[in-house]
Design a protein around this ligand. Structure first.
Ligand code: AP5
Length: 210
């Protein structure tokens, strides 16, 4: 199955994507995670991406397309993938259709995680990431084990001003993808992302018939 997780920054795409990937045995292809990896490794791509990410703007389409193309050629992606944070605009959606077409696949479903903006702004201030494993926690809603609490970091783009810009970019360029896929006849499953993580997970699994 090839599945796209859509939703605003902080809606819970990464959290649900990691759980779904494990349960469905397919990789999560998360462009944000790949860009942060490139940044940590100090590659030229990472350097180029940094100024966009720090400002909460989208990295150029050509950069992310290369990352997704590479991820799709890996053996673990041969039976499907969960796309998290990609596509983010209509041009990326069309590129993804083209990539999948080349390997005889198509998007089977969209899961749209709906969370109001004010909930998101509050939620982002509590997000923490483990730099060693990439695991994502929340100080209140998904507390980390005490023994790793000290090494957790906050993402630079989780400052309130940057979050508000990311939300504005989302509203203008990514949110229209819901209508784009609906009009293309792809099933779009809407999920209330304000409920606890396990409940959101349960509903997604049920909607997908898993
Ligand atoms: P990216 O990393 O993709 O960020 P995003 O889409 O803004 O999404 P987030 O990772 O912030 O949130 P999420 O929905 O995954 O939520 P999470 O599960 O972590 O992109 C970052 C930047 O990279 C972009 O701004 C752009 O510059 C660039 N980029 C990436 N992809 C690109 C592309 N395709 N094209 C161009 N540029 C691109 O959850 C958030 C927090 O809430 C966590 O602490 C979590 O524990 C908690 N939480 C999750 N679910 C719940 C729940 N149900 N209840 C309470 N708390 C919850």
């Amino acid at each position: 199955m090839d599945l796209i997780l859509l939703g605003a920054p902080g809606a819970g795409k990464g959290t649900q994507g990691a759980l779904l990937a494990e349960r469905m045995g397919v990789p999560k292809i998360a462009t944000g995670d790949m860009l942060r990896d490139a940044l940590r490794q100090g590659t030229a791509l990472g350097q180029e991406a940094r100024r966009y990410m720090d400002a909460g703007e989208l990295v150029p389409d050509s950069v992310v397309l290369g990352l997704v193309r590479e991820a799709l050629t890996k053996p673990e992606a041969r039976t499907g993938a969960i796309f998290d944070g990609y596509p983010r605009n209509v041009a990326q959606a069309e590129s993804l259709s083209g990539l999948l077409d080349e390997i005889g696949r198509r998007i089977d479903a969209i899961v749209y995680i709906d969370v109001p903006e004010e909930v998101i702004v509050r939620r982002m201030s509590g997000r923490r990431t483990d730099p060693q494993t990439g695991a994502v926690y929340h100080l209140e809603h998904a507390p980390p084990p005490a023994e790793i609490a000290e090494r957790l970091v906050q993402r630079p783009d989780d400052q309130e001003e940057t979050v508000r810009n990311r939300l504005s970019v989302y509203r203008q360029t990514t949110a229209p993808l819901v209508a784009f896929y609906e009009s293309a006849g792809v099933p779009v499953h809407r999920v209330d992302g304000t409920r606890p993580i396990e409940q959101v997970q349960g509903e997604i699994m049920e909607l997908l018939g898993q």
